[in-house]
Design a protein around this ligand. Structure first.
Ligand SMILES: Cc1cc2nc3c(=O)[nH]c(=O)nc-3n(C[C@H](O)[C@H](O)[C@H](O)COP(=O)(O)O)c2cc1C
Length: 644
């Protein structure tokens, strides 16, 4: 191992020429296992894979190999992207293309390997094959790159995800890793690195789209005896999981991006601000940092370049607002995670009052690629004003979900129809929501919108940090907006009045719309209507007067839902009706006496004892007692309960 480390340092990382020798390439090829004389099996090992049972699959593969094919190598890799395919297993037989299989639970291991080892492929769980340069094709099996999930993606940030062992620095180096960093600290000035990133046109992927190179230069040009680089891995949006997948699948590239960014701004301390609960990601990052230290890539006078750098991980305290940069800095300084007025911006006065650059995980993942391939290469991808790609964490009601990466300029319809393969269970598409709890809804009328910071902004759509939630006809938009408002109200730090009081009042009004009033005759319809009218005014005040982005963007889901789904709001207010039958407070359940057998199941399960009757006779529901929970509806085997 020590020999390999010396070899990789001397012949790869410190090698002066960009073109490595043929001898070196051969060794790197072996590390990448491009040519293998033994079977190699890869098992995905991110959090979503582990939840789907990949650890058991791994153990079953080990047992099978020990008993049947002891020379088999089994490697844990990161996540490839499609969450529905987990646990994803790929098998490389000597001289042949790699085969990918989906949903390989421990019970499926034996039949799968019996088949592959005896050239008899059962294509029930087959996803496809991949390979190049002279490997034998598996006849009749399509290429994974032609699979609709992958075919319309452009995977540059995710190019390593699912391909290598994230706990091996050697594999990362063999895939070209850390060379850009070593080159930067040995051959470039701070300004030159900032120039390259500025020329590339890279824009911050947390949603704002701020020019990364410009931000770095602001910090670099502020005179100070210390500067800091913070990687914002908070990933605060509810349901978002793209950053976590990247951290678990390709930690070394993120660390390389952080190291290059730190050098560019002249920082010798970098912090990864990690979401609490991301224990798997934390373990992988910690290992990666330790390995890089062992290779001399961090520490004092790194590889005799005269540059010093240390990277540490800090766990955030668990509040949504701590993703906001000034609140983040406060929490790192041991204060309450509350935002501050800007300016001054962190680039001039950040952590401990020193110039600080805060960048998103995805932003930093682009940096080694730009340094390696040049700014022109990056500009050749995407659109003129938004170069590069965008990673999305797709969740909700699509047929496929997971982490995807598309070229900027891709239209949203392509993502939904082709990559995600439409809507689950034959339901109708209703909207897609970008940007999590403060995001906007996009209906089918706007699905031709291209993924691009400026084009989206022109249409009033925020790109967000990468949350991409598919909503189908079964979702009630009023209830969904209420849910987000409840989340934001709970997460509001309370420092500024517009956000603290505004979120509370907005939630109160939305709750009144989804509840049946005790007495319909008391003019409450008018009150509810007035409430909704007030929501628009409160939204404007919050947008204009809140201290930070949390309050300023909190009304977005409401404004966007009211614009696109006004009829649903009106139905809730005037007709007391929820067309999706989601709002419990508006549901009326009744029992069809013709169908009810008097089995008593509904009465036994009703949590508020609102169902009465005599065994083997039709039962009835007391409407005044019913809370609309729907337990009776779900439990009835005779379809005797209907909901209005
Ligand atoms: C309430 C709130 C939460 C945020 N959460 C995150 C987050 O989880 N991750 C992130 O990168 N940026 C988040 N941001 C944006 C950060 O303040 C900051 O702008 C960003 O990290 C800059 O990165 P970029 O320039 O690379 O896009 C949040 C902003 C607000 C207002």
């Amino acid at each position: 191992m020590e020999d390999l480390k010396t070899f990789l340092l001397q012949k790869v990382l410190l090698y002066e020429s960009d073109t490595l020798t043929a001898e070196t390439e051969k060794v790197l090829q072996q590390i990448r296992r491009e040519k293998t004389s033994i079977p190699v099996i890869y098992v995905s090992s991110g959090t979503s894979s582990i939840i789907a049972g990949s650890e058991k699959t791994f153990a079953a593969l080990k047992t099978y190999a020990a008993e049947n094919q002891p020379d088999t190598l089994i490697v844990k890799v990161g996540c490839t992207g499609p969450a529905n395919f987990e646990p994803l297993v790929s098998i490389q037989m000597p001289g042949k293309n790699k085969l990918f299989f989906r949903n390989i639970s421990e019970e499926k291991v034996e039949p799968l390997l019996n088949g592959v080892f005896h050239n008899d492929i059962n294509d029930d769980d087959l996803v496809g094959q991949s390979g190049s340069h002279g490997f034998e094709l598996w006849p009749g099996i399509s290429f994974i790159t032609d699979h609709p999930f992958f075919a319309r993606q452009k995977r540059i940030i995710l190019s390593n995800c699912g391909c290598y062992d994230p706990e091996s620095i050697e594999e990362y180096i063999a895939r070209g890793g850390y060379r850009s960093y070593v080159k930067a600290i040995r051959n470039y000035t701070f300004e030159e690195v900032c120039d390259i990133i500025e020329k590339s046109g890279l824009r911050g992927r947390s949603g704002g789209g701020y020019q990364t190179g410009v931000k770095w230069k602001q910090a670099l040009s502020t005179s100070s005896n210390a500067r800091y680089l913070i990687c914002n891995a908070k990933e605060s949006d509810p349901g978002a999981f793209a950053d976590r997948t990247i951290l678990e699948s390709d930690p070394h590239r993120l660390i390389e991006g952080i190291a290059i960014a730190s050098y560019a701004i002249g920082a010798s301390s970098a912090i990864i601000y990690l979401r609490s609960g991301s224990d798997h990601a934390r373990m992988r990052l910690q290992k990666a940092i330790q390995m890089a230290h062992e290779y001399g890539l961090f520490g004092h006078n790194i590889l005799s370049s005269g540059y010093n750098l240390d990277i540490i991980i800090k766990k955030e305290p668990g509040a949504f607002v701590c993703g906001e940069e000034t609140a983040l800095i406060n929490s790192l300084e041991g204060k309450r995670g509350m935002p501050q007025l800007k300016p001054p911006y962190p680039t001039t006065s950040g952590l401990s009052g020193k110039p600080t650059v805060i960048n998103n995980v995805e932003t930093l993942m682009n940096v080694p690629l730009i340094m390696q391939n040049g700014p022109e290469w990056f500009r050749s991808i995407g659109t003129q004003t938004s170069p590069g790609t965008k990673v999305f964490a797709v969740a909700g009601r699509g047929r496929l979900s997971g982490v995807i990466e598309v070229e900027m300029g891709t239209n949203l319809k392509t993502i939904i129809d082709d990559i995600i393969d439409g809507i689950k269970d034959g339901k109708e598409f209703k909207a897609v929501q970008l940007g999590g709890a403060s995001g906007t809804f996009i209906t089918s009328a706007d699905l031709d919108t291209l993924v691009d910071f400026d084009l989206m902004r022109e249409k009033g759509i925020g790109m967000g940090a990468g949350g991409f939630i598919i909503i189908d006809e079964n979702t009630c938009m009023v209830d969904l907006v209420r849910y987000y408002m409840e989340f934001i109200r709970n997460e509001s730090c309370g420092k500024c009045i517009p956000c603290r009081e505004g979120t509370g009042r907005m939630l109160e009004i939305l709750e009144s719309v989804i509840r049946k009033p005790a007495n319909e005759d008391s003019g409450t319809t008018l009150e509810r209507f007035k409430g909704v009218m007030q929501l628009e005014t409160i939204s404007t005040v919050m947008k204009d007067a809140s201290l930070c982005g949390l309050g300023q963007t909190a009304p977005n889901p409401f404004i966007s839902a009211l614009k696109n789904f006004r009829d649903e709001f009106e139905e809730h207010i005037f007709d007391r009706k929820c067309r999706s039958n989601v709002c419990r407070g508006l549901r009326t359940f009744s029992i069809d006496v013709e169908k009810c057998t008097g089995c008593t199941a509904c009465a036994a399960k009703c949590p508020v004892n609102a169902i009465y009757g005599t065994r083997l006779q039709p039962f009835f529901i007391v409407e005044e007692k019913c809370t609309g929970c729907g337990v009776c509806y779900d439990i009835c085997k005779f379809s005797a309960i209907s909901v209005k």
